[in-house]
Design a protein around this ligand. Structure first.
Ligand code: TA6
Length: 331
């Protein structure tokens, strides 16, 4: 990539962050930002809710956004869960298991589950927290000045969430689509006390054969191996490849990842801000069948590469915001 391409690529990324209402986070991503006139995204006080194109996946209602290029994204309103990202060519980029539950209160096995406020079972809450299975609402659907289309979804604490986790919060998820798919999550502490949380965008990438996929950008990184009691290891100085079960938290690893799908002759670029960790997960053939419930052979067609903030958890002061964003693009 030439310098010009690199810089215009960065500029586009920052522009998109601004479009995502997260320009403030560009400086505040390393920590948390206190909303202020200059630091707050510039929301209209109450964005006008618009219907967007509504659809269904299983029993769940979805909102569908389409870009002029022909790309589209589908978001289940429950969980603000992206369930499909199709490029203009019609190529589906995200994996959803044919066996996935698609029902109220059930996690979806695929797409981009929002993990908050707990990653996996690293605490007393249900696996991966609760917002992936709770109701959200569509706050806005529209088009940015850049031509990108977006859907903004929101949720907040309820009696049920406070019974599990005694904190007041608002969360928003902005899904922005052009030639790339950007997903930006913002958490606001609306209570009186600070709270800690994990957050991840548990992105299930659809691949042709995971054994022929490599992840570049993690060379030499330190990771917790969750298949071996989270023992700490150092990645080899080579791209990560998958032969069987892999479940790793790469801690404090920023920078671009490139996921190369050799069988399809394409690579996905993953850029992040706010998320300093990366999770790479594939259950392997046996677990896919026994505990994860994938259909036969589906373990070959997925690789979860997750933008995450787990180590350390975010500590969010009352009245403060935290944002994490990822952008996926095919190169
Ligand atoms: O992010 C990887 C992971 O934590 C794995 O350990 C794993 O089993 C998984 O997520 C899927 O979790 P789920 O609750 O969706 O079955």
């Amino acid at each position: 990539m030439s310098d010009f391409e690199l810089h215009s690529d960065r500029r586009l990324f920052l522009k998109r962050l601004a479009g995502a209402g997260l320009a403030a986070g560009v400086t505040g991503f390393a920590g948390c930002t206190k909303p202020s006139k200059s630091a707050t995204p510039a929301p209209s006080p109450e964005p006008t809710p618009t219907a967007g194109a509504r659809g269904r996946i299983g029993d769940l209602e979805t909102v569908v956004i389409r870009h002029a290029s022909g790309s589209s994204a589908e978001i289940a309103i429950q969980g603000a869960h992206v369930t499909s990202w199709k490029r203009a060519t019609g190529d589906e980029m995200l994996f959803v298991s044919a066996r996935s539950a698609l029902a109220a209160g059930e996690p979806i096995r695929g797409g981009i589950p929002v993990v908050f406020p707990q990653f996996a079972a690293l605490g007393p809450l249900p696996m991966h927290g609760f917002v992936r299975t709770t109701p959200w609402e569509v706050a806005d659907v529209g088009r940015d000045p850049t031509g990108a289309v977006f859907a903004l979804l929101r949720t907040r604490d309820t009696d049920a969430s406070r019974a599990l986790w005694p904190h007041a919060f608002r969360a928003s998820m902005r899904v922005t689509l052009d030639e790339a798919l950007s997903t930006a999550i913002t958490i606001e502490n609306t209570g009186q006390d600070a709270f800690p949380f994990h957050c991840a965008l548990h992105t299930y990438l659809r691949v042709a054969d995971v054994r022929k996929v490599s992840v570049e950008g993690l060379e030499g990184a330190t990771y917790q191996d969750r298949t071996a009691k989270s023992v700490q290891r150092r990645e080899r100085r080579r791209p990560v490849t998958v032969r069987g079960e892999v479940d790793r938290i790469y801690v404090g690893r920023t920078g671009r990842l490139r996921i190369v799908d050799e069988s399809r002759g394409r690579a996905i670029l993953l850029d992040r801000a706010g998320f300093n960790d990366v999770v790479v997960w594939n259950p392997g053939e046996e677990k896919a069948r026994t505990s994860i419930g994938l259909a036969d052979g589906e373990w070959l067609n997925m690789l979860a590469v997750e933008s995450a903030q787990i180590v350390p958890p975010v500590q969010l002061a009352p009245g403060s915001l935290w944002s994490g964003v990822q952008r996926l693009r095919v190169s």
